[in-house]
Design a protein. Sequence first.
Lengths: 268, 397, 288
Amino acid sequence: MTMTRGTKTLLCVLAAIVGAFIYVPLAIILINSFSVDRVLSWPPSGLTLEWWGKAFQNEGVRSALLTSIGVALLATAVALVLGTLLALALGRFDFFGRQAISLLVVLPIALPGIVTGIALNNVFTSFLGGLTLLTLIIGHATFCIVVVFNNALARIRRMGGSVQEASADLGAGAWTTFRLVTFPLMKSALVAGAILSFGLSFDEIIVTTFTAGPGITTLPIWIYQNLFRPNQAPVVNVVAALLVIISVLPIYIAQRYSNTDERGAGLL
Amino acid sequence: MHTKRLLTTVAAVSAATLLIAACGGSSSSSDSSAAPGGAAYAGPVGTGEGQVNVLAWPGYAENGSTDPAVDWVTPFETKTGCKVNVKTFGTSDEAVKLMQGGGWDVVSASGDATLRLIYGDNVQPINTDLVPSYANIFDDLKMQKFNSVNGVAYGVPHGRGANLVMWNTDKVTTPVDSWAATWDANSPYKGSVTAYDSPIFIADAALWLMATKPELGITDPYALDQTQFDAAIELLTQQKALVGEYWSDYTKAIDGFKSGTTSIGTSWQVIQNLAAADGGKVMATKAKEGATGWSDTWMIAKDTKNINCSYLWLDWIASPEVNAQVAEWFGEAPSNAKACELTTDKAFCETFHAGDTAYWKDVYYWNTPTANCLDGRTDVKCVPYSDWVTAWSALRA
Amino acid sequence: MTTTTAPAGLSFRHPWLRIVGLLSAPLAWLVVVYLGSLAALFVTAFWTVDDFTGQLVRTFTLANFSEFFTNPAYLGTIARTLSIAICVTILCLILAMPVALFMARIASHRWRPLLVALVLTPLWASYLVKVYAWRAMLQPEHGVIAWLLQPFHWSGPGYGYVGIVVTLTYLWLPYMILPVYAGLARLPQSLLDASSDLGAGSGRTFRSVVVPLVWPSIVAGSVFTFSLSLGDYITAQIVGGKVTMLGNVVQTTYVNNLPFAAAVATIPVVIVLLYLAAVRRAGALDQL
């Protein structure tokens, strides 16, 4: 559109308003993490660094953080393998059931988390005897697959089939072709997918509450338990502020890797 | 074309699953001819297994995370070597569901959970000889209908308390001594009343009807025939317009009262204690019309892997020192008579009527409503708990 | 000269082998673990629980469904949840459009990765904390919105239906911005130039050229905002006051009555599946 200056200005203003809408609550969290009040009230009556100090010493936060990281890493690993396999199959070949499979892959994210949660919980408690760390990882990996799959699929489609065919013409077997040709070309898409999958698993609460074994506390579960507790609520604010600040870097990296000019961050 | 194939596949799968459902086997009922839960542990209690998973009401198993000075879990861990893993729940229903899911060793069950756990084969009988503290438990708590079956004990009593009416003194300027403001259709606190988010709260409505509509003839708020039950549901539907937030997470209740979102409503002593400690302007009291309450029992899971640690925990939590600490922290009457000498507030047991049987006469402990009326009536059928759940769920929808 | 080694040639000559090899692991996972558990849940919807012990009674019955659909309170819940999901989707679209347009057509290429990162960053602030931040904002007396509106003597919407819609819109906004941005970025400038050559102003171009072309992206974004709102229950618990959604019904009843919860849970599943089927026709699934 050759937009008039008026339209451009209007759009800039509107975009800025929406941008403010997005970031004001985050700013509130950040400010509240310095607030003296333990129960939330606005404006804060004073500022303090006390909660930041407490957050770093808090045993519960540290172990929850480690658990979350561990679970997210493992779930991402599984999702990487399965997502890549799926993308290779669906990106290259056209076969009966292809549409059904691509629908199936989207389902764990498209269906409400609570449905996935109680379905898995039901199966785990009835057949596997109970909930453990493994059941949690299974739950997370299931909905992380689609994120990796989308990124990998987009890349494979862009790659085209000619490079693989050339490799085969030169005598490489399927595995060698994958190892030396396909995978290097796909690496950055997989990195982007892995980062997004990690983020998805790291922040997940609904499926987690239904699939985590007794005593397993991921960071979201810790936050959920401590949201309203007077002594811990300010620490929750600190943790949240930290999460936002720390996450800018991996997101930026993911952006650079996934070539977002054409596709929207590969998230969707 | 693809859509057609997709739809056919979906239809086929659905038909298959429906077939499975229809051909499902017989109902799974446990054989309850023998004492449910199998045999009690013969003992003796040996060294701990190193771990015990505890399901507790908030405030019952404090490990210093709420208040660093309030901790009776760490001394237990040091003494017995059993690492304690605590999970708190908000309602008895949650407790039952969690126990059914497995993985938990001990649970502090209220009277509306105990029988379901016993008959659902989730807990085992207790060998009271293995719990030295048991001897000093008040007699009117032992071997009650809700914690024993046919003379077999299923748990160690923990303590008892009443549900209080609590109010924010900034919003409610005159002291409150009645539930009236929480039920009256013209209540001045419309939109900021709170109520407990559990089907068992229907009994609170029944309690109010006992005081205001004696013609309904309710004598036990857990024994309601259909007419009485419908009246209670109608009262609750009317109350819904007054309610701002329902709570089952006690911290949400603390937050609501402290911030003034909630003016008045059902609460626990521990909520008032914590809110006031943090600067909230709150007060609580037992209403003159009586109250529902609870009498809790510590029970051991049927297939626990940490039987020794479990028995060690039961004895620990029922011992005079710890029982006194819990009771003072939570704000309830202790179950161990010797605890009364050890409370920091010497008048604590008196204030909380620990041995005062008269006080508990108008406190109706949470119980599990059954079709056979709990008040002994044989001419009518009472509404069973599963219908309470259905009605409550529809009410909250 | 042999063109390929035997095993490689085998899989090239029989692509089916390759497909099966590739798909066996992920399909086993998705079908057995995921679909299997969904099917098991679906089956449970036709059973009941024993009144007293709470154990499953495995006899086929439609009682759960009839109980749900004959109760006006539950029908109200479905209606309310659907209306929330639709409002959230529409609001997200209205808010996303200026941002996406700005990012795609006004901002220079250099800034785009940063802008996308800025849009994505809030997704990393824990979902729970964001909802709690809105609880802080919406609090009727001491909240941020109440503070802002003090001169107007209004305490804001407080907790309830509006609070839920605003919070959910906030939460899912990035999921709408990104696909719309991607769609807008892909629009060839030539089409827009042609439109203005033919005499259309910005508004007309937007209406008649941009929106139809970007429609599949919009629909792709709506899949997330719609389905995520449909199944949410935590937001309702924290900022909803006493208002409940379908997810809350499932969450509270699954504790006592799994079959009933399963029956209720099938409703959002069916709605989402129907939505996905409709969306596929719009070609949006390719955007997913």
